[in-house]
Design a protein around this ligand. Structure first.
Ligand SMILES: [Zn+2]
Length: 143
């Protein structure tokens, strides 16, 4: 078995899944695709959103709830919020995930402001007018 650069054995799927439900009906039940697709964003909750949006032919999953074995990471919470999902049921915690090699505590610490060192968010002013032009063009195209 090839060793992960950090010294951990690769996680083939991870013990992660997600089920998307609306009005008591299962829309989809999926697994994590991170390793299968070489996609670090392939968390089960995100996969459920991708599949659910395709099945329901919408970008708005309001009214859906998610069931996942483990507490969703901040990326997944953000993705669920982005599409209108307001509830996720889970039993395992971040601490459980970290104990088994899937730490996300650094993400939560950054987001709650207790540790801003993992990521620099730099707002630049140079080039702002170019960005304003993009917004203007966008509004023209969608008028
Ligand atoms: Zn996640």
């Amino acid at each position: 078995m090839r060793r992960h650069p950090r010294g951990h054995a690769p996680r083939y799927r991870g013990p992660f899944g997600a089920t998307l439900v609306r009005d008591g009906e299962v829309i989809c039940a999926v697994g994590n695709t991170v390793v299968k697709d070489t996609d670090p964003t392939g968390h089960a909750e995100v996969v459920a959103i991708r599949v659910g949006c395709r099945i329901l032919k919408t970008l708005d999953l309001s009214g859906c709830v998610t069931y996942a074995p483990c507490e969703p990471c901040p990326m997944c919470v953000g993705a669920m919020m982005l599409v209108g999902i307001r509830t996720c049921y889970s039993a395992s915690t971040d601490d459980d995930a970290a104990e088994h090699g899937f730490p996300v505590t650094h993400l939560r610490a950054h987001l709650d402001g207790s540790d801003t060192s993992p990521f620099d968010m730099i707002h630049v002013t140079e080039g702002r007018s170019d960005c304003d032009e993009i917004w203007t063009e966008f509004e023209k195209l969608n008028a």
